[in-house]
Design a protein around this ligand. Structure first.
Ligand SMILES: *[C@@H]1O[C@H](CO)[C@@H](O)[C@H](O)[C@H]1NC(C)=O
Ligand SMILES: *[C@@H]1O[C@H](CO)[C@@H](O)[C@H](O)[C@H]1NC(C)=O
Ligand SMILES: *[C@@H]1O[C@H](CO)[C@@H](O)[C@H](O)[C@H]1NC(C)=O
Ligand SMILES: *[C@@H]1O[C@H](CO)[C@@H](O)[C@H](O)[C@H]1NC(C)=O
Length: 409
């Protein structure tokens, strides 16, 4: 009897041990040989993507040096798990979250936030930890206020974060960011999008794409791939109007960017190319990018004054100029082989803009130097898949998502 109890205890112990060893490591170096010297990093500059793996979601960083050259650095566990949306259309496995903005950076408060779509949580990390190039998690992940969070936005002051959920329980939710404490849920900000959805979301059609603040932060905007923007008014105490207003337009409005100086939004649209929402007149114009198939992401470069629309389907970035009148035209197109670029962000290094795209199809990064209007050129191709495999980090084309950059000022 005593012996039987003892062996049962051993069994329990050994299964406990295997659970413990199955916990993902908190930090995985991706540069065991050739880690950049701290001095060579532009006061801690990096780009971040996330693995979005169901076995454990990691933020993967690459440092940026003074010449704008990226080097894989490390992967940090988010204490959450990733997820992949359901795709009945079988267009392809890339873009697991149907979103732009799954990872965000506050340059003001120096923190990073990301969505964990499989655990319905948001994680936050301090950038200014002991090692200026390393992220330090703050507290524990917090509930996203719904299911299948896919995109988040951080305000200019860095004290407010809002997230959009795309699953069965969909809609938005906001938080205060408190340094050292993390995200504190903000009252009266959980609002539904009333989408008939599943968890994980079924898409890409009928899913939210990106969450965004208006420039003066009086409105919270979500693009929905059902031909509309949902707009909530933000009250002075941070709470949201009970219902959203609908601004119809486009086919599958995806990523959102304000046109500088205008009350207008340019949205990528995989249904046609891009849309321009004029918020003064409530009119929307759609624009075709000939040959496009999946124009889902976009960035703006101050250096060129132009927008760059990213199409994973034909592996092409189209540079678009939007005039004061909101007329627009394609300036140039950049063909990127089989890179399959998705989420992208701009990093300004020594007054020059770099467009860093997550090259999902080749599990790497594609870096373009903007070089002024119409003159972008590939600056670097960075492999992440090889270093990840060597470090035993699960990083796959089908799940990898997100892009944010941080440049210490
Ligand atoms: C929600 O979607 C499902 C699947 O398409 C459909 O069967 C159901 O009728 C829809 N429900 C509502 C309320 O529209
Ligand atoms: C914020 O911007 C909108 C759009 O330009 C404008 O209508 C509104 O009056 C502004 N609100 C404040 C408080 O500045
Ligand atoms: C635009 O739509 C919003 C929301 O429906 C409304 O409040 C506003 O008055 C409209 N503006 C114009 C110019 O039609
Ligand atoms: C992705 O890579 C495969 C080869 O691995 C290639 O056949 C395919 O065309 C690529 N897709 C895109 C969008 O470039």
């Amino acid at each position: 009897m005593i012996k039987a109890t003892f062996s049962l205890l051993l069994l329990l112990l050994s299964s406990f041990v295997s659970i413990v060893t199955a916990t993902p490591p908190a930090r995985i170096k991706l540069c065991s040989t050739g880690c950049p010297a701290e001095a060579g990093i532009v006061g801690a500059a990096y780009s971040l993507v996330m693995t979005n793996e169901p076995s454990g979601n990691y933020l993967v960083s690459a440092t940026i040096d003074k010449n704008g050259i990226l080097t894989p650095f490390e992967a940090v566990y988010t204490e959450g798990i990733g997820a992949h949306g359901v795709r009945p259309d079988a267009i392809g496995p890339l873009d697991a979250l149907f979103s732009q903005g799954s990872v965000g950076v506050s340059n003001t408060q120096k923190f990073v936030a990301n969505v964990n779509a499989g655990s319905h949580t948001i994680s936050v990390f301090a950038i200014n930890g002991a090692n200026s190039a390393s992220l330090e998690m703050i507290g524990e992940p917090v509930s996203s206020g719904g299911e299948f969070p896919t995109s988040l936005v951080i305000n200019e002051a860095g004290d407010r974060v809002c997230v959009v959920n795309g699953g069965k329980v969909n809609g938005v939710s906001c938080y205060n960011f408190v340094p050292g404490m993390g995200l504190i849920p903000l009252g009266n900000t959980i609002r539904s999008l009333n989408l008939n959805q599943t968890t994980p979301a079924t898409g890409p059609a009928n899913t939210p794409s990106q969450i965004y603040f208006s420039p003066n932060e009086t409105q919270l905007i979500v693009s929905v791939k059902a031909g509309f923007l949902a707009v909530w008014d933000i009250n002075p105490d941070g709470s949201l109007s009970n219902n959203f207003k609908t601004i119809p337009g486009g086919i599958l409005p995806f990523s959102l960017l304000y046109v500088p100086g205008k009350n207008a939004i340019i949205a990528s649209d995989p249904g046609i190319g891009y849309d321009i929402f004029d918020l003064d007149t409530n009119t929307t114009a759609t624009f075709e990018i000939p040959g496009q198939t999946l124009t889902c992401w976009s960035v703006f470069s101050k250096e060129s004054g132009n927008f760059y629309m990213v199409d994973v389907g034909v592996s092409t970035i189209s540079e678009v100029h939007v005039a004061e009148s909101l007329d627009s035209y394609i300036v140039e197109q950049y063909l990127l082989g089989s890179d399959g670029p998705i989420d992208s962000a701009v990093a300004t290094v020594d007054k020059h803009d770099l467009i860093i795209s997550l090259a999902a199809n080749v599990t790497g990064l594609t870096v373009l130097a903007v070089n002024g209007p119409g003159a972008a050129a590939v600056h670097q191709h960075l492999d992440l898949g090889g270093p990840a495999q060597a470090a035993k980090l699960m990083l796959r084309s089908s799940n990898v998502q997100g892009m944010a950059t941080f440049i210490r000022k």
